[in-house]
Ligand binder design. Structure first.
Ligand SMILES: *Cc1c(COP(=O)(O)O)cnc(C)c1O
Length: 387
């Protein structure tokens, strides 16, 4: 069976796929249809937090699957309630809305912010300031939130009510807040798709203070930075700030689709019965997967993430053919002298999977990647950069 030909003929052509079909894996190793082995430093874009076919996660998911796969939100269900409690306990947030993806988690955050603006200021206070080079999703509203024209141009008109500040620009935020009726500022603490660029700590501290003074909500889009990826449970925890709303998805389910919008004290009661919903949101199997993932993101694991991060930074910073290394934890962007796609292809030939962010190489390895496998993969990447 020619998987590539069938896919090309029948799957919508939205993805420029690599010429590789992944059939199976174990931990950070994945295999193609010919049995060729790869060390995976992409984890399905920061989704497979503990790699592929992780035993403890498979057991947790399988157990739930054989008990009950779905209830709908007409009824109570234990995994959903337990996961919400766990997320709140670990973050200090007060309530959680569950959905199925990052875009949906952000949609919920945006709805909550608009309603908050209406209730606390006026029905016109619906504008949200987001950052240039951000990425918040592919629905029409989260596209509008995304501060990159390339994503907008084919789908106009988008949802109204978003204005864009340059990342780290306090002047831009001040000006936009003065010129528009705003309810919130939304940001990624490390801009992932924008090129793996961390925001400046002093900008985030300033933003928290500015938001408090102007009664604006801070929405942290932790879809990519969340769930241990940056070396803390959530990315904002690296910066000593507390957002009012935290959205997350990607790595939370460890490979199953789940989105979560965590609501802080100011907004915990904004959503009332009937105002929002999702058929699959809070699905018991996805929640069981997420509970397993969260239970394993402890201090020891986070220290290990930081250690591996340091190793990668130390190896690549100043290495031949490497112009810059940016990021946080195990979310790393590498600007190279050679075109990123050449390096990606060469790594693939040599059994290492890396991905792209803008014109950079992006690394998003499993949080528990074996150190020897990581070393081997970085060596291969370094050789490709040096050519
Ligand atoms: C991936 C991503 C999204 C979109 O998530 P989907 O699950 O693809 O809808 C939103 N925000 C950020 C920061 C992301 O990295």
């Amino acid at each position: 069976m020619d998987i590539k030909a069938i896919d090309k003929e029948y799957v919508a052509s939205t993805y420029a796929r690599f010429p590789l079909s992944i059939c199976a894996g174990k931990g950070s190793l994945v295999y193609d249809e010919n049995g060729k082995e790869y060390i995976d430093l992409g984890t399905g874009i920061a989704v497979n937090s503990f790699g592929v076919a992780d035993e403890s996660w498979v057991a947790a998911v399988s157990e739930q699957l054989s008990k009950l796969q779905h209830t709908s939100n007409l009824y109570y269900s234990e995994p959903c309630a337990t996961l919400a409690k766990e997320l709140c306990t670990r973050t200090g947030m007060k309530k959680v809305f569950f959905s199925n993806s990052g875009a949906e988690a952000n949609e919920c955050a945006i709805k909550v912010a608009r309603k908050y603006g209406e209730l606390t200021k006026s029905a016109e206070h619906t504008t949200i300031i987001t950052l240039k080079d951000s990425f918040h999703g592919r629905t029409l509203t989260t596209l509008a939130a995304t501060g990159q024209d390339v994503f907008h141009k084919d789908f106009l008109p988008l949802t109204d009510g978003f204005v864009y500040a340059a990342a780290n620009s306090t002047e831009d935020v001040e000006r936009l807040a003065a010129d528009n009726k705003c309810c919130a500022v939304m940001f990624e603490v490390v801009q992932g798709e924008g090129g793996v660029l961390p925001l400046k700590p002093e900008f985030l501290t300033w933003l928290r203070d500015f938001a408090d003074k102007n009664d604006l909500l801070l929405i942290a889009d932790e879809v990519q930075t969340g769930n241990g990826r940056t070396g803390e449970l959530y990315g904002y925890m690296n910066f000593g700030i507390t957002p009012d709303i935290v959205s997350t998805a990607k790595g939370l389910g460890g490979g199953l689709p789940i989105g979560a919008t965590m609501l802080g004290d100011k907004v915990k009661d904004i959503l009332q019965a009937g105002m929002h919903g999702s058929t699959f949101g809070g699905n018991p199997v996805c929640c069981a997967g997420a509970l397993n993932i969260l239970s394993r993101i402890d201090d020891e694991l986070l220290a290990d993430v930081k250690k591996k991060s340091k190793y990668i930074f130390d190896e690549l910073t100043g290495a031949k053919g490497v112009k810059s290394v940016t990021g946080l934890g195990l979310m790393i962007g590498i600007e190279c002298e050679r075109p990123a796609s050449d390096i990606i292809n060469e790594c693939m030939d040599n059994g290492v999977l890396v991905i792209k962010a803008k014109q950079k190489i992006r690394l998003l390895p499993a949080l528990n990647i074996d150190f020897e496998q990581l070393k081997k993969a970085i060596k291969i990447l370094k050789e490709a950069c040096a050519k």
